[in-house]
Design a protein around this ligand. Structure first.
Ligand SMILES: CC(C)(COP(=O)(O)OP(=O)(O)OC[C@H]1O[C@@H](n2cnc3c(N)ncnc32)[C@H](O)[C@@H]1OP(=O)(O)O)[C@@H](O)C(=O)NCCC(=O)NCCS
Length: 150
């Protein structure tokens, strides 16, 4: 799938981009995963927002938190693809694009993410290694993972 990728600071997002991002996040993390939590947690204002679009549709999204905000390392979070596009390699494409953007923003830095436990091998295939045991957050099993810097 040939998507157009963009990575923008909060202030550079259009109102439509912000709306679509929050809509996709709620659709998946709140409704699909049946998890009542405050998705717009305040960190978005300092985050970079990576979007993969097909015309005016947002198909893939994640956010990048700068180092020192949630962890010492930059943090990848809110990793999501639209349900209709799952299993087509889009998730892998999204993460690969995130690694490119992180290298531009924070060259050579290690990266951190909190993975849903069943996705450990997905992130492992992209160089992330577990750095914690499993723990439950918002009712879902997670494991912390770190990708060493260069
Ligand atoms: C996780 C997610 C982004 C992956 O996107 P995708 O477009 O389905 O991913 P891909 O088609 O590129 O598949 C990537 C790999 O992840 C694996 N994978 C995807 N979803 C999975 C799941 N629910 N359980 C186990 N493995 C899964 C695939 O099997 C694939 O592995 P392979 O390459 O060895 O076959 C997507 O499933 C999603 O949005 N899930 C809901 C939100 C979520 O849980 N986000 C992660 C928060 S940590």
């Amino acid at each position: 799938m040939a998507l157009v990728w963009s990575c923008k600071a909060f202030d550079a997002l259009s109102a439509a981009e912000l709306y679509q991002s929050l809509q996709l996040r709620s659709e998946v993390f709140v409704l699909e995963q049946q998890c009542v939590y405050l998705d717009p947690d305040g960190l978005d204002l300092q985050a970079w927002h990576l979007m993969g679009r097909d015309d005016d549709r947002l198909l893939a999204y994640l956010r990048l938190l700068p180092p020192g905000l949630k962890a010492d390392e930059p943090v990848i979070g809110r990793v999501v693809t639209t349900p209709a596009a799952r299993g087509s390699g889009l998730g892998r494409q999204l993460l690969s694009q995130a690694l490119v953007e992180c290298e531009k923003l924070w060259p050579g830095r290690a990266l951190f993410l909190s993975a849903q436990a069943h996705l450990q091998s997905f992130y492992g295939g992209l160089g992330f290694v577990p750095v914690s045991g499993q723990y439950v957050e918002d009712g879902i099993a997670h494991v912390d993972m770190r990708r060493p810097g260069t």
